[in-house]
Write a protein that binds this ligand. Structure first.
Ligand SMILES: Cc1cc2nc3c(=O)[nH]c(=O)nc-3n(C[C@H](O)[C@H](O)[C@H](O)COP(=O)(O)O)c2cc1C
Length: 368
């Protein structure tokens, strides 16, 4: 029987499915619900020392529907980090670990560019019993004037320095969560690894404008007639997340072997998870999927992942982690490989090649 048990950075998870920081980990009752439903770990909604400065607005979500108008394929939010008091969170972390000592609870933290603030938040969360940290360097909206979130994550020098502060204080594993709103995801990832972080999480949401209402001419989500760019999530972002996870996995394997990788972005099924693991992820995180389908969706995801593994004869996640990385190459190399196939006579002429390509593309379109 295949096993989903996941060993990462000294932690043991019953399965690789992790609640991503966001509404599904917004307080103790929902975190406990996640553990009861069988999630492998929970990353709580991002906390900071001074929640009084966090001011949310409403509405703060806007959705992109598929053509059938039923399925949500993209989700934009302008939600900030948790606006609940830090002391309340510490109490809930303690109670959570008392009730679920075996449950892996990770604190997502975000602070200003001040060493004492990062050290304080780490030390107090550890004293409350959390099993690890995720550093939110990636919230795409709000608080840039305090150089928090993605304002920090877009500056590799700042990132490396802050990771160094955290690693000087933390005794538990630390994952740095990347913003995708940058040209080369390897640059901030490398900075976080240089700063000593045990792992990388990727990706957070993609900076976006959901749309413009053609009656009111106002952008969405619309707050008092105005809007601001937000963060895009859900299945529409999965191809971008897979690309970034692949690039980070290549970096880790080449320059920082042994560091961990948590894949995030549009994961809704066991098959989605399998693809992230094939591209090098140790764990997979789900946020919008839980908002769409409820906490119980983890049951189907586990079954689907196990079915994939059994279909291939894989007994553990390690049997296929990173297996598909070997199949990425340069475009020039693709051209060379194709030329070799033509030369070997398997494609008689350029016309045959063009015809075969057309048929392949038509079949793909017909299958959609
Ligand atoms: C409404 C909402 C709130 C979020 N809040 C946080 C947050 O507080 N901290 C954080 O690190 N990520 C936050 N995220 C980002 C998610 O953790 C995740 O990185 C992103 O949504 C992509 O994954 P998904 O497609 O599974 O949602 C939030 C996402 C959404 C949709």
């Amino acid at each position: 029987m295949a096993s989903l048990t996941t060993h990462v950075d000294g932690l043991t998870l019953p399965n690789p499915f992790v609640i991503a920081s966001g509404p599904p980990g917004t307080n103790l009752p929902v975190i406990q619900r996640a553990f009861r439903e069988g999630w492998g770990a929970v990353i709580a909604k991002t906390v900071s020392l001074d929640a009084g400065k966090v001011k949310n607005v409403s509405p703060r979500y806007a959705k992109l529907y598929a053509a059938d108008r039923r399925e949500v394929i993209g989700w934009e939010n302008i939600e900030l980090i948790s606006d609940r008091a830090f002391e309340t969170w510490l109490e809930e972390f303690r109670r959570c670990k008392d009730a679920h000592p075996e449950g892996v609870l990770i604190a997502s933290i975000m602070e200003e560019y001040r060493r004492d603030a990062w050290v304080e938040i780490v030390e107090r969360c550890e004293a409350a019993g959390v099993d690890g940290f995720e550093l939110n360097f990636s919230c795409p909206h709000g608080l840039p004037e305090r150089r928090m979130g993605s304002a920090m994550g877009q500056d590799p020098d700042l990132l490396e320095e802050v990771c160094g502060w955290v690693m000087g204080a933390a005794r538990r594993p630390v994952w740095a969560k990347m913003t995708p709103n940058i040209t080369h995801i390897e640059e901030p990832s490398r900075a976080a690894l240089r700063g000593g972080c045990t792992g990388i999480s990727a990706i957070n949401t993609i900076r976006s404008v959901m749309g413009v209402n053609l009656e009111t001419l106002r952008p969405e989500p619309c707050v008092e007639g105005y809007s601001t760019p937000g963060g895009y999530s859900s299945k529409a972002i999965r191809p971008i997340a897979l690309r970034m996870v692949m690039e980070i996995a290549q970096l880790i394997r080449k320059e920082y072997p042994g560091r961990s990788l948590s894949g995030i972005g549009g994961i809704e099924s066991g098959e989605d998870a399998a693809q992230f693991i094939l591209l090098g992820a140790d764990t997979v995180q789900v946020c919008t999927g839980v908002m769409k389908f409820g906490y119980e969706c983890v049951r189907g995801m586990k079954e689907q992942l196990l079915a994939f593994m059994e279909g291939h004869g894989f007994e553990s996640l390690g049997d296929f982690r990173g297996r598909s990385l070997a199949y990425f190459t340069t475009h020039g190399d693709l051209v060379r490989r194709q030329a070799e196939r033509k030369q070997a006579g398997r494609l008689a002429s350029d016309q045959d090649w063009a015809a075969e390509d057309f048929v392949r593309q038509s079949d793909a379109l017909a299958g959609e």
